[in-house]
Design a protein around this ligand. Structure first.
Ligand code: RP5
Length: 164
């Protein structure tokens, strides 16, 4: 199975990004975790991205806050799918990172999840790998069934509690 890279602009993003790491691990997906910044370490970010495909990576998750160029900078150097997580890291509450990540010009796509949407970023990466991996697709389907069952259990609990 291909690996998923998680690249964060700063280790201060880790508290959000941890949810991506634990989600990928819970599906048995091998991950590589890195700190590379589009601004502070642009050469290293580029070199890592240029060799990503030959190093067995299948999807890249890029997380950054503020003027968040990381996902776009990574997408510029690979045709692997890139998922951007805008991080809430400033007085603008993540809106700065959301717009910087989502508003990519035509030709270089970044699939952007919600502000701090680390779990969905991992799930989307898994769904991409699951196109060619039936056992991953089965795990995704089971997780959705389990979630549905827990919501319906809560529905019953609340309905019983407040029945008049
Ligand atoms: C971005 O700037 C990082 O992704 C981080 O979210 C934000 C702040 O970085 P630090 O100043 O905390 O290192 O590049």
């Amino acid at each position: 199975m291909k690996k998923v890279a998680i690249v964060m602009g700063s280790d201060s993003d880790l508290k959000v990004v941890e949810k991506s790491i634990t989600t990928l691990k819970s599906y048995g997906v091998e991950t590589e975790v890195h700190v590379y910044s589009a601004h502070r370490t642009p050469v290293e970010a580029r070199e890592f991205t240029l060799s990503a495909r030959e190093n067995g990576l299948g999807v890249m998750i890029a997380c950054a806050g503020k003027a968040a160029h990381l996902a776009g900078a990574i997408a510029a150097n690979t045709t692997l799918p890139v998922i951007g997580i805008p991080i809430k890291a400033s007085a603008l509450e993540g809106m700065d990172a959301l717009l910087s990540t989502v508003q990519m010009p035509a030709g270089i796509p970044v699939a952007t999840v919600a502000i701090d949407g680390a779990e969905n970023a991992a799930l989307l990466a898994i769904q991409i790998l699951a196109v060619e991996d039936k056992s991953l697709a089965d795990k995704l389907a089971k997780a959705r069934e389990d979630k549905k069952a827990s919501i319906l259990a809560k529905d019953k609990e609340l309905n019983d509690k407040y029945k008049s």
